[in-house]
Design a binder for this molecule. Structure first.
Ligand SMILES: Cc1cc2nc3c(=O)[nH]c(=O)nc-3n(C[C@H](O)[C@H](O)[C@H](O)COP(=O)(O)O)c2cc1C
Length: 357
């Protein structure tokens, strides 16, 4: 029987434990989105995680949806991330970068006037985006990508994967969750296309699978993972048949030999959430990681029962760089300070107390 402390092989990546750090946007990349020394220190402090997955990282210079998130769209970004991966590896860790395009969740004011792009020309409703100097703004109407432009998106992911390899990452995670660009193609409340990238599940999954394939060619499928969140409605998105969507994707990922699939859900308590875990397991026989609302006990239960191969922890890693050790010795966790989540420096980022050595 496995526990959170059992080693795990996820594709070509060897994890010493099954306590994985979730992708967490923390906005310390500066105006040029180049990872800095404080980011190297932050990630390296967390090197005891079985695996670190970085914050959502821009694959295109005009693909910004927050402020000062990390990028991987030019050589300066590669050099910045090299500083991070070197330091994580020096302290014995493993780190994969989450590659991301926000699609219609971007805003022209963050991207030199570029109109956001999407699978659709309908804007995110009933939500706002925070723009420095302007405050909360409505989301903009996106430009629907023409069919002939889609290879250009695949290419952006391929080039970012190549840069990830140059920057020394152990692998990449494709962010196909949370209503961002890849998810805007996957789920049918947003994808209203009538071309080869819309309509059937196979058509809606086509962009993601083309991106998986290009990334696999660049770095090897055993170093590629995908995060999906079929039931999460963040960024105004839903799907009419999440079970079928997961069954199709899981089977395609199985065929391609991904390093792991990460299923991000709200809290892993609803019957619909449990059902999707079963469907993912049925069709994908590689490593399945679960995220969303786990504590140590529920994570341990999911791993020991075989429902999950590893648990991805988000908020717990913000305040606890030594989360693995705290779990091991049963120490209490530091609470996360929500006022220092996003920038600008090491306060509330690299200065949470750790247990004595
Ligand atoms: C501050 C913050 C930033 C986040 N940034 C990202 C991100 O960049 N990419 C992503 O896929 N999820 C992101 N998430 C979601 C987390 O990865 C995770 O799914 C969520 O916190 C639920 O896991 P938890 O219950 O263990 O915290 C973020 C969450 C928080 C709180």
């Amino acid at each position: 029987m496995n526990s959170l402390f059992s080693p795990l092989k996820a594709g070509l990546i060897e994890l010493p434990n099954r306590i994985v750090m979730a992708p967490l946007t923390r906005a310390r990349g500066g105006a040029k989105h180049v990872p800095s020394a404080v980011m190297a220190e932050y990630y390296a402090q967390r090197a005891s995680a079985g695996l670190i997955i970085t914050e959502a990282t821009m694959i295109a210079a005009d693909g910004c949806a927050f402020v000062e998130e990390g990028g991987l769209f030019n050589e300066a970004c590669v050099a910045g991330w090299r500083g991070v991966t070197d330091e994580v590896h020096r302290r014995g860790g493993r780190i994969m970068v989450q590659l991301w395009h926000p699609g219609r969740a971007a805003h022209s004011a963050l991207n030199g006037g570029s109109q956001p792009i999407s699978s659709t020309d309908r804007a995110i409703q009933n939500d706002t985006i925070r723009i420095p100097g302007l405050g909360a703004q409505p989301y903009e109407v996106p430009r629907r990508l023409e069919t002939h432009e889609i290879p250009g998106i695949v290419k952006l992911f391929g080039e970012a994967t190549r840069r990830a390899k140059q920057a020394g990452f152990d692998g990449i995670q494709l962010h196909a969750a949370h209503g961002y660009l890849l998810d805007q193609f996957l789920r049918d409340s947003v994808n209203d296309r009538s071309d080869a990238y819309g309509g059937s599940i196979a058509n809606r999954a086509k962009l993601l699978l083309e991106v998986v394939d290009v990334a696999s060619r660049e770095i090897g499928a055993g170093r590629v993972s995908v995060r999906i969140s079929p039931l999460v409605d963040y960024n105004d998105i839903a799907d009419s048949n999440p079970s079928e969507l997961v069954a199709y994707l899981a089977a395609e990922f199985e065929r391609r030999g991904l390093s792991f699939l990460e299923l991000r859900q709200h809290a892993h308590v609803l019957p619909a959430e449990e059902q999707l875990v079963g469907i993912a397991r049925q069709h994908f026989h590689g490593v399945l990681m679960l995220n969303g609302g786990f504590d140590q006990a529920s994570g341990e239960a999911a791993v020991s029962s075989g429902r999950a191969d590893a648990i991805v922890y988000g908020r717990a890693f913000i305040g606890n760089a030594d989360l693995v050790k705290r779990f091991a010795v049963g120490a209490p966790l530091n609470a996360m300070d929500a006022t220092t989540l996003y920038g600008p420096d090491g306060r509330g980022y690299t200065d949470y107390p750790v247990l004595p050595a």
